[in-house]
Design a protein around this ligand. Structure first.
Ligand code: TYD
Ligand code: MG
Length: 452
């Protein structure tokens, strides 16, 4: 008997379903989030439901988490030490960024370190393609199993036979379950497939890694609730013009978030970068006006990065403002401070600001760097190449204190910087530094007086 098909409209944010299209999801309030799907009546599970009796809370052992180290330090750092058996990890990133590469490398490393098998399910590449890649990455362990299966029931049956400790499903958008009628990649397919895989992971204590594509807006394609379902959400970032990649955790039930790992894409896969500051500063020319170095915290780790600004008289129409790697609204605010509090008349200039290397930094601690870079370019005077700038800038032109001051200074010292200009109120923490001159400032003008 043919299954009954019904059209439903699912919200990509919360997964709610509606019989009719509507502009706004009445469950979560998001606009334009409904997509049309065909839905067959889901198999009724009643009758075959196995219930597990509840457990007395005192009988649950609070085992220390036995993490599976992956053999790749930068990855371990991001997930909090290693993969947790029974957890589900979602790895998102643009196509071609290296998701499949890094996962295959990790499986290779895990297989080296254990007696168990690991499984890689690819719905996107042929076994031969994966084989060629594995060769290139130097993976040769009999315990790495490759499969082209993308039907979830098929995947589960392979998993039942092989009992791997880690399984990667690449990608969740190509996986589909027989329980839902719509096409792979549709909201309900992604949601149901992920739910079944998660259930398996929890029951069998297997690490389940779901690889996800991201949309133009930078979100993992499919329901937003996919991120709620999993334990850890990782993003692999970078751009096509640079070889390095940043692995970032945005959600982690078993560790800190916002830790990052830095890798370089080489012909032998993703190689961890031991000294990110060195990498980000390697092409710097110290004597150009508009170039400064700022220490930025990524998770618990400071990086030194170069900030560049170019202020040039706007000859055609309205002056432009352009920011790469820093928030454009923050830049506008800092330009207003420069105009009003410092008295620098930059209003008729085109202003371009670029955080070198394609990094994206949100923290206000780089304000002093931005404002100084613009002023340096405007005045055509370089900033001393061995000076670091730290501080958030307030609307009154005051320099406000920032977190992790010691770590930032220490990184500057390690990289051979000789002076650091920092907020006055950060002073009490910074007395123990020898070998680097600490200059405290209360306002942006104070800093400029020291510099020029
Ligand atoms: P891939 O892992 O397939 O990206 P994703 O799964 O995120 O779509 O990476 C593809 C790119 O990486 C491709 O352009 C080739 C390049 N690459 C290397 O530079 N070195 C390597 O060792 C490998 C395996 C891939
Ligand atoms: Mg891939």
């Amino acid at each position: 008997m043919a299954k009954k098909r019904t059209i439903v409209y699912s919200c990509t944010e919360c997964g709610a379903q509606f019989p009719k299209w509507q502009g706004r999801c009445t469950e979560c309030g998001t606009w334009n989030s409904l997509v049309e799907e065909t839905k067959s009546d889901r198999k009724k599970r009643s009758g075959q439901v196995k219930t597990k009796p509840p457990i007395n809370i005192k009988k649950i052992k609070s085992n220390p988490l036995n993490r599976i180290p992956t053999g790749i330090g930068e990855f371990n750092r991001v997930v909090g030490g290693g993969l947790i058996p029974g957890s589900v990890v979602l790895l998102g990133g643009h196509p071609g960024i290296g998701k499949s590469t890094i996962m295959l490398q990790i499986l290779g490393e895990v297989a080296e370190g254990t007696e168990s098998t690991v499984c890689y399910f690819s719905g996107e590449e042929s076994e031969t393609q994966i084989g060629v890649r594995a060769d290139r990455l130097g993976i040769d362990s009999d315990r790495v199993l490759i499969s082209n299966e993308n039907n979830v029931e098929g995947i589960l049956s392979v998993l039942d036979d092989e009992k791997p400790i880690v399984a990667v499903v690449d990608s969740i958008q190509t996986a589909y379950t027989d329980e839902v009628d719509s096409l792979p990649g549709n909201v309900s397919q992604v949601r149901e497939s992920a739910a079944l895989l998660q259930q398996y992971a929890k029951e069998q204590h297997c690490v389940m890694v779901l690889v996800g594509h991201i949309t133009k807006e930078g979100r993992i394609a499919g329901p937003k609730m996919l991120e709620h379902l999993v334990d850890t959400v990782l993003y692999l970032e970078g751009d096509n013009h640079h070889f390095y990649r940043i692995l970032r955790s945005v959600k982690n039930r078993f560790g800190a978030t916002n830790e990052v790992g830095i890798f370089e894409m080489t012909e032998r896969g993703m190689q961890p970068v031991g000294n990110p500051s060195d990498m980000f500063l390697q092409e710097r020319n110290e004597h150009i006006p508009g170039s400064v170095v700022v220490p930025s915290m990524e998770g618990t780790r400071p990086f030194l990065v170069e900030l560049q600004a170019l202020a040039s008289q706007a000859n055609y129409g309205t002056p432009q403002k352009n920011a790469t790697g820093v928030d454009i609204r923050r830049l506008s605010l800092l330009l207003a401070v420069l105009e009003k509090r410092v008295g620098m008349h930059i209003g008729t200039n085109d202003i371009f600001v670029n955080l070198v290397g394609g990094l994206q930094v949100e923290e206000p601690a780089i304000d002093m760097g931005i404002i100084t870079a613009v002023a340096s370019s405007f005045r055509e005077i370089p900033v001393d190449g061995k000076t670091l700038l730290i501080g958030e800038v307030g609307l009154g032109g005051e320099v406000r204190s920032v977190s992790h001051i010691d770590a930032r200074i220490q990184e500057g010292k390690r990289m051979g910087f000789e002076r650091v200009i920092l907020p006055w109120h950060n002073k009490k923490d910074t007395q123990n530094f020898s070998g680097i001159k600490v200059e405290r400032v209360r306002t942006v003008q104070d800093a400029f007086e020291i510099l020029w």
